[in-house]
Design a protein around this ligand. Structure first.
Ligand code: HEM
Ligand SMILES: *[C@@H]1O[C@H](CO)[C@@H](O)[C@H](O)[C@H]1NC(C)=O
Length: 324
């Protein structure tokens, strides 16, 4: 080696570049600025969840939609007009998810040490962990240090979020764009163990499917009849149905057991079992809740690293609904 110093520097710079996408996140990021961030957020989330169960699915879905559009930067929280949350894919985000972040932020701001020290993106990441662990799901250490973004537009949501009629290939490629594997995607779909869907997301499967009786053959017939009763054709567009018909208020692996019985509500849920490439993972998560929980923790941690902002790309917002 003619120039060992140059070589060492090159290796150093290259390895920094490779790891930089998540290197700035740390579990103890607020150790000196807001040491009690975890307990303050958890207490606020607990109060909110006690008021309404919707807090849990609403917060979890909000985190997913935030991270897939411009990264985990709380851009989804920014106010109208023409912001992310005005896009059709985000318009069904339940208000209780937004309110959870607002309430936790207010609790932090009530503490002189923590006032305006914690990003809204980190509050959402913590609240997402908390709601899941409070309703039977796994708990895990949350990596922190995300900055809040300064931009939120309707246009940036376009083609960034999965749709309920996606094929396995479409689901896999959209998740792969964010460094998530098929196993990560299947584990994160376990989020549909809680919460609701509007009828229009699956009405084609129970009324207009291209089959002799108009019903998707990958749907359990009894479940299909039950859904037809819950969602009469052309009636109320505000009706919602549980994504998990068996244990809708518990974050467990029943979602995967439902798929084995052809009781996946969305086509994108059922496809995970009908496609032979993903079936074995569904069977594993259905049989072994520990395997599901471990895969979920791995996947949600990876999700939380997507597009994290640093330096002048972001800020710590004083009000989660508007830039400083
Ligand atoms: C795999 C691709 C996915 C598709 C196609 C999908 C699609 C959907 C759809 C259509 C709804 C119903 C929305 C409505 O009608 O109001 C929904 C709800 C929900 N999704 Fe997903 N989703 C996916 C992945 C995820 C992921 C990765 C998470 C979180 C980790 C998640 C969390 C939720 C939750 C918690 C709800 C219930 C929301 C509520 O009750 O307020 N989803 N999803
Ligand atoms: C369930 O999964 C866990 C975690 O992967 C593993 O350690 C355990 O051996 C599995 N249990 C069974 C009964 O296969």
């Amino acid at each position: 080696m003619e120039n060992p110093t140059f070589f060492t520097l090159t290796v150093l710079v290259l390895s920094l570049l490779i790891t930089s996408s998540s290197a700035q996140l740390r579990q103890d990021f607020y150790k000196n600025t807001c040491p009690n961030v975890e307990s303050i957020v958890r207490a606020a989330v607990k109060v909110k969840l006690g008021q309404t169960f919707v807090t849990a699915p609403a917060t979890l879905r909000l985190f997913f939609h935030d991270c897939f559009v411009r990264g985990c930067d709380a851009s989804v929280l920014l106010g109208s007009p023409n912001a992310e949350k005005d896009h059709p894919d985000d318009i069904t985000l339940a208000g209780d998810g937004f309110d959870t972040v607002i309430k936790a932020k207010a609790a932090l701001d009530n503490n002189p040490t923590c006032r305006n020290k914690v990003s809204c993106a980190d509050i959402l990441a913590l609240a997402t962990r908390d709601v899941v662990s409070m309703i039977g799901g796994p708990s895990y250490a949350v990596e922190l240090g995300r900055l809040d973004g300064k931009i939120s537009t309707i246009a940036s949501v376009q083609r960034q979020l999965p749709h309920s009629d996606f094929s396995l290939n479409q689901l896999n490629s959209m998740f792969a764009l964010h460094g998530l594997t098929q196993t990560d995607m299947i584990a994160l779909s376990g989020a549909h163990s809680i919460g609701f869907s509007h009828c229009n997301e699956f009405s084609k499967r129970i009324f207009n499917f291209r089959s002799s009786n108009g019903v998707d053959p990958s749907l359990n017939p009894t479940y299909a009849r039950n859904l037809q009763q819950q969602c009469p054709k052309g009636v109320d567009p505000t009706i919602v149905v549980n994504l998990d018909p068996t244990t809708p208020n518990t974050f467990d692996n029943t979602y995967y057991k439902n798929l084995q019985q052809s009781k996946g509500l969305l086509a994108s849920d059922q496809i995970l079992f009908t496609d032979t490439r993903s079936k074995s993972t569904v069977n594993l998560f259905a049989a072994n809740i520990t395997a599901f929980q471990e895969a979920y923790v791995t996947a949600i941690t990876k999700l939380g690293r997507v597009g994290v902002k640093t330096g002048n790309q972001g800020e710590i917002r004083r009000d989660c609904t508007s830039v400083n």
